[in-house]
Write a protein that binds this ligand. Structure first.
Ligand code: AVJ
Length: 329
């Protein structure tokens, strides 16, 4: 029997965003002191594909821990949200690990799944990966998280609960105060009783963290450097990628791992679309990403500070990682 027609993710096109990229680059590279570029720009098509490779590296156990937990505890997690539920995912990536939750929901009832993802190719892959699940309907949003979630909330049918997935410790890209602020913004879009499944990578020895963010194959280095090729491509800049090196370092105070791109020598890079030229000193860095690491205990308070309560937690012992089930108060 032919299956019912489905909306493909690309049916909801992205808003124009080049102007924003340009102003973010100007802001990040022309300020005095530490230069920086927002980590969300790491995830173009090439960047998303490289992250997918990172998730298979032996040094980077994060994604596999996340998936182990979701696979092992899918029924338990799903049973905590009774009644009709629509599932939204912020940053779905390939969608592979989400399968276990969606299959558990769909065994119970017909389920709508709304992936929100800024990478077009990741969104297309995600739809392809999950479309075979029985009784699922998928509508993707090529959007920033909160813009996408607002649209998903507008699709909510009465009596339906929203279950938001924010997996893979993506929250870790925010510093702690910004993370709480982000969760509070998610909370404002939700209604009491709605759920948020939050994946958080837990603290671990620094040698293990440094290996995870500076793998010996150099995939993470390529992932990081790709940001410069994106500035070249989209804004006509002339970054010489061979004149920068990938750097991973621990920020003990912030409890995070930082990725930087370090200039090998003094150099000047011009960025025509931004009408600026940027000077780099030898050894100067561009800070491109932070991955904050958490203790299992701090989630109770993080949830409370953002309008949720932490109702349950599942922890992977092999690679310390937690799935936290937050319920909107
Ligand atoms: C996808 C944001 C969770 O911070 O561990 C992997 C991205 N950066 N290696 C992370 C990443 C370098 C990843 N997150």
């Amino acid at each position: 029997m032919a299956s019912a027609p489905r909306m493909v993710p690309s049916a909801v096109p992205p808003p124009p965003e080049l102007a924003e990229f340009c102003s973010d680059v100007v802001l990040g590279l022309s300020q005095p002191g530490q230069k920086e570029l927002p980590s969300k720009y790491l995830y173009d098509n090439v960047g998303s594909a490289l992250f997918e490779v990172i998730s298979h590296l032996p040094e980077y156990g994060l994604t596999r821990a996340d998936e182990r937990l979701l696979r092992r505890h899918a029924d338990e997690i799903v049973d905590r949200l009774t009644g009709p539920v629509a599932v939204a995912e912020l940053g779905s990536g390939s969608g592979k690990k989400t399968r276990w939750l969606l299959e558990a929901f769909c065994r119970r009832q017909r389920t709508s799944y709304y992936p929100v993802e800024i990478s077009h190719s990741a969104l297309v892959m995600c739809e392809r990966e999950l479309r075979d699940i029985d009784r699922i309907s998928i509508v993707g949003f090529e959007r920033e998280y909160l813009d996408g979630l607002l649209e998903v909330a507008a699709y909510r049918k009465s009596g339906q609960r929203l279950f938001v997935l924010f997996l893979g410790s993506t929250i870790g890209n925010f510093d702690r105060p910004a993370g709480v602020k982000f969760l509070a913004e998610v909370r404002r879009i939700l209604q009491p009783g709605d759920g948020l499944l939050l994946g958080t990578d837990l603290e671990k020895p620094s040698t293990q963290l440094l290996a995870a963010y500076d793998d010996e194959l150099g995939v993470t280095a390529a992932f990081n450097l790709n940001l410069l090729s994106r500035v070249n491509r989209d804004l006509g800049a002339d970054f010489d990628l061979r004149q920068f090196t990938h750097l991973a370092k621990i920020n003990y105070k912030a409890r995070s791992v930082e990725m930087h791109l370090q200039s090998k020598r003094r150099q000047i890079v011009s960025i025509p679309a931004a009408e600026i030229a940027v000077e780099f000193r030898e050894g100067e860095t561009i800070w491109t990403e932070s991955s904050h690491k958490y203790s299992a205990d701090e989630m109770t308070e993080t949830a409370r500070n953002s309008g949720f309560r932490c109702e349950a937690q599942w922890i992977d012992e092999q690679w310390p990682f937690a799935e936290n089930l937050l319920i909107a108060e």
